[in-house]
Write a protein that binds this ligand. Structure first.
Ligand code: NAP
Length: 293
């Protein structure tokens, strides 16, 4: 089968920002012929249907997945194990299962346990695209355009399934890279999970101070830029922390040591040390954003 051939029936479980955007992108690109949505709340799914994101819906994951040739889990990471246990037994012959979770090692292990002999049909994925907004209303057909999607296949993963999922993401506008699941979790603990925890902690710490109202009155652009991602969904981030606890703990320890060094430099009036940190950070950030508008 040609890897770029459209899927007949895409089943998206979790029609929110990412699942809704994937459904929109796939429909717009002709990468699937029909989309079945699944979630817990029929009101959310009716809204997704009214917006033209999904064709029809089921609230039962097994009913939704039956007859689909691509099932994508796009619910919070903590829901994936139970969903995979529901979906596994009804998977059609030759069907592929994938996900969009921000953590890969824990989801891969959940899939291995839940899918048993069908585990090679599981192609783990993580689109590096998103916003701090949640729900289908925030979904966009162009969310993945020019962005990267990481696939983290295992030794057992069916190579043809990886090629099809890769072609599907490319049709949706993404560039695709492959990575080992554990390596993915180490990288994203640093570049994504740590910044979210820092933003959440800063806002929470400020909000709990007795003078919070005055502080927030004077919070300017810098504070808003730094803390935008503290508006992200708390359940999603609770699940990410639970699923990637070891890698996140390691980066928190490293960052705390860096913060301790910075504190010592501030307290000791070590301007040279502070300037060195700021210069290094400024140069690294300029390299990162070089070429961005
Ligand atoms: P979202 O907008 O909150 O959407 C999640 C959807 O999942 C909701 O529509 C919710 O609908 C449904 N859902 C929740 N629990 C469920 C369950 N137990 N069974 C079935 N459906 C369930 O979240 P999102 O931002 O799209 O994130 C979804 C996934 O994408 C997460 O795994 C996250 O790690 C990953 N991700 C997010 C981003 C980002 O920037 N947001 C980026 C990359 C990857 P109901 O309430 O109606 O069930």
């Amino acid at each position: 089968m040609d890897s770029a051939e459209p899927f007949e029936r895409l089943c998206v479980i979790g029609v929110g920002l990412i699942g809704g955007s994937l459904a929109r992108a796939a429909r717009a690109a002709g990468a699937c012929r029909e989309v079945v949505g699944c979630g817990r709340d029929p009101a959310h799914l009716k809204r997704a249907q009214a917006l033209g994101v999904i064709g029809h819906y089921e609230t039962d994951p097994a009913r939704a997945a039956a007859g689909a040739d691509l099932v994508v889990l796009a619910a919070p990471v903590g829901a994936c194990a139970a969903l995979l246990r529901r979906v596994g037994p009804v998977l059609a012959e030759g069907a592929i299962v994938s996900d969009v979770g921000s953590v890969k090692g824990a989801v891969v292990e959940a899939a291995r346990a839940a899918l048993g002999p069908r585990f090679p049909a599981f192609v783990p994925g993580h689109p590096i695209a998103g916003t701090e907004h949640s729900g289908v209303e925030a979904s966009r057909a162009d969310l993945f355009r020019g962005r990267c999607t990481v696939l983290t296949p295992c030794a057992e993963t069916d190579a043809a399934a990886v090629r099809r999922v890769s072609a599907f993401w490319k049709a949706c506008g993404a560039q695709v890279v492959e990575m080992d699941p554990a390596h993915h979790d180490t990288v994203f603990a640093a570049v994504s999970h740590l910044p979210h925890l820092l933003a959440y902690t800063l806002v929470d710490w400020m909000a709990q101070r007795p003078d919070a109202a005055e502080l927030f009155d004077f919070a300017g652009g810098g504070f808003r830029d730094f803390t935008r991602i503290a508006s992200s969904d708390p359940v999603m981030w609770r699940d990410i922390c639970a699923a990637n606890a070891e890698a996140i703990t390691t980066v928190l320890d490293g960052f705390r040591a860096a913060l301790d060094r910075l504190r010592a430099a501030v307290h000791g009036g070590d301007g040279a040390a502070l300037e060195a940190v700021f210069r290094n950070a400024k140069a690294a950030r300029e390299r990162l954003t070089d070429g961005e508008s």
